[in-house]
Design a protein around this ligand. Structure first.
Ligand code: 13P
Ligand code: SF4
Length: 355
């Protein structure tokens, strides 16, 4: 096929899937970019991993694999390609490097961070370990490599409860997302303590999780009113939420789970209408794959960090082989142990029904 034919075929593919979601002029532009990216991807022997929060045209054209943090870390560990382009945020690309140290891992935008990863340092974790000696440490993958290096086991939103159960300990440091911690404590029948400087091991109500005060700047903004308003207008609506949302919101929804668990739930559900309490690009990606289902558009919060990743930047990443993710080897090895333990724990991406 000539480049022109390939671009036309790509445009038609995108049009068939995204007609209701992306304007035509944008699809034409993105089809051209996608063909250039595909060509360079072959030349560089690269694989593109795309998080479920990527914008619809990118998500539906250039990604070899899409999924949640857990699914993508498994894919990163298994690939035989020389280069991994991570269309997601920095902590995800770092996890890929931790698992595949001999590959070149690229993140298309330098500013693709995360408020949770920025919310805790390795020093904070060392201080908590001194405060609660012998207490195992679970950290969410939404953390940087030096924090993972201080950790016993990592978890994602898709397997957090399984990881907590697998540890079989009556006190666990669960870091850094306060709301995920509170939601997992509820799900696993544990008390939740926020780690304050004066809290001592003797004061813990066991079994418990000891949490940290970081939050996702997107999911913390969803409210109970978002759910009640949607139910007033659409009594048959099925409400799904990410477990980074506040516990009082999670208590009101029909289903809570990782991004992948929500994708699967919409696909399998018999409901006709859905409200997603998570960042908004995912709703568009789901609509494109489920044309018979309707997404209620009452919330529209976009993660500013995921939004940094564009197709233009992905093309530049491949052209210039930028931005290379590096993790110092001593940190990588310790972080690897925590991530590998997580991957070895069965489960994930199932989510949990609230009602
Ligand atoms: P998932 O692991 O559920 O995809 O979540 C990642 C994330 O950053 C949610 O805000
Ligand atoms: Fe981080 Fe929240 Fe963005 Fe996910 S949605 S990457 S947790 S800031």
């Amino acid at each position: 096929m000539t480049m022109k034919q390939e671009t036309l075929a790509m445009y038609e593919r995108l049009k068939a899937r995204l007609d209701r979601v992306v304007p035509d002029f944008e699809l034409r532009l993105k089809a051209e970019l996608a063909v250039e990216i595909e060509q360079l991807k072959r030349e560089r022997n690269a694989v593109i991993l795309g998080h479920n929060y990527m914008e619809p045209a990118l998500y539906h054209s250039i990604c070899d694999f899409t999924g949640d943090s857990l699914e993508l870390s498994r894919r990163a560990a298994e690939t035989d390609k020389d280069v991994i382009i991570f269309c997601g945020v920095k902590f995800m690309a770092e996890t890929a490097k931790i698992l595949s140290p001999n590959k070149t891992v690229l993140l298309p935008a330098q500013r693709a961070g995360c408020s949770l990863a920025a919310g805790i340092t390795a020093d904070d974790v060392r201080q908590l370990k001194r405060q609660f000696p012998g207490v195992p440490v679970v950290t969410y993958v939404n953390t940087y490599a030096d924090v993972k290096a201080e950790t016993d086991v990592c978890c994602t939103s898709g397997n957090a409860a399984e990881v907590v159960r697998a540890l079989n300990s009556d006190a666990i440091l669960f870091l850094p997302d306060e709301y995920l911690g509170r939601n997992v404590a509820h799900e696993t029948g544990r008390a939740f303590h926020l780690a304050t400087p004066g809290l001592t091991p003797a004061q813990l109500q066991r079994p418990c999780l000891i949490g940290w005060k970081a939050r996702c700047e997107v999911h913390e903004r969803f409210t109970v009113e978002d759910v009640t308003r949607a139910r007033e207008h659409f009594p048959d609506v099925c409400v799904l939420a990410h477990p980074e949302c506040p516990p009082e919101v999670i208590a009101q929804v029909d289903f809570a789970g990782s991004t992948m668990a929500m994708v699967r739930k919409v696909k399998e559900s018999k409901a006709a209408r859905f409200l997603l309490l998570t960042e908004c690009s995912m709703g568009d990606n789901i609509i494109a794959e489920n044309p018979d289902k309707e997404m209620v558009r009452m919330c529209s919060l976009r993660c500013p960090h995921m939004n940094e990743i564009t197709m233009q930047d992905t093309l530049e990443a491949l052209r210039q082989m930028r931005y290379v993710i590096e993790v110092p080897e001593d940190i990588r090895q310790r972080a690897h142990a925590a991530v590998a333990r997580m991957i070895a724990i069965r489960g994930g991406t199932t989510g949990y029904a609230q009602k």
